[in-house]
Design a protein around this ligand. Sequence first.
Ligand code: GKE
Length: 375
Amino acid sequence: MEKCNGENKREGKLKKKVAVAGGAGFIGSHLAKSLKDDGGYYVVVGDWKENDFMHWTDFCHQFFLLDLRDMANCIKLTEGCSEVYMLAADMGGMGFIKSNQSVLMFNNTLISTNMLESARRHLHTVNRYFYASSACVYNEHKQMETTNPGLKESDAWPAKPQDTYGLEKLYSEEMGLAYMRDFGLQFRCARFHNVYGPKGSWKGGREKAPPAFCRKAICSETEFEMWGDGEQTRSFIYIDDCVTGIRKIMDCPDLDVPVNLGSSEMITMNGFAKLALDLCGKSNLPIKHIEGPVGVRGRNSDNTLIKEKLNWEPKVRLAEGMKETMRWIKCEIERELESGKVQDLSRYCSSRVVAQTTDSLDQLLVKTNEDKASL
Ligand code: GKE
């Protein structure tokens, strides 16, 4: 199904056409909006779902509701583009990636390989290709201590990612690098370290710790539920920094190896819960530790390479970014209360672990046949 705005189509002739795969997702939609607002780009987005918080005309000029597990759809999306940003993935936080390993591996392998090969077929127009990788590629043995000094890019090898989600990302990085060597595709790649901010998933099970902690801090009255002992550490990158970083990496003439895109401001999850509670004026609420998917013990971003190559690193402090995220999630919850969509906030005091189903696998041929009918 193609949705496009005629006026914007005319405008497209004067601009650089770029594709954002997964552009209706959290990071993709913010990136697409930044390119659109820039004024010099005609932004085409392809995704298998619409954005939950924005209308497509807010962030792109043309929107294709397409299943990117089918290569014909990827070829259509990338046609005539000079840049391709590949952010499409079936993904989520620890409540999702740990319990959905087979389905994520199947879906993401198809999307990543199809998108890359589609860009190769359009090499006469595609100058650069960006691939969104993840800190999940890193060897889990390098993440056993809470005092992680920062993961260097070389720490991904020898390979031993904790989950299949990270293994697929690492394989797709390598495939992009091989396409660059063999076919001359200009490949750029960033390893995202837990991106957060307004207009991202904050409920349902796919949400990562930052929105989950905001939601729980807003809704909890007696205790704050936490998976694990809370001593595990992470760093989080604010969405504006992430978008700035992607654009700088894409524009850099000689950054042709995967690079960390993350903050080096590391925090324990207990400290992070305290930050969220402080922002809600609930500093004294006790933390209740429960069983749950905890992931690696300690993770932080070493920013030596990005600083050397771009003379830049993410700037937004965690307290500042969380304030914005908290404000937005508060509004979402108030809207749900006013509309009667939710009456009892106690359901938001816990996080869900999403059980794996084969629904998306069973949908594959159905959806792609529907897409073909509309091509
Ligand atoms: N999501 C979530 N929700 N995490 C919680 C919760 C909760 O209610 N309570 C405690 N945690 C803990 C998790 O157990 C984990 O130890 C930590 O917060 C961070 O969880 P996360 O944000 O879901 O995900 P991770 O940083 O462990 O891993 C994510 O890393 C990214 C890359 O850095 C992955 O889920 C990937 O989605 C992603 O690529």
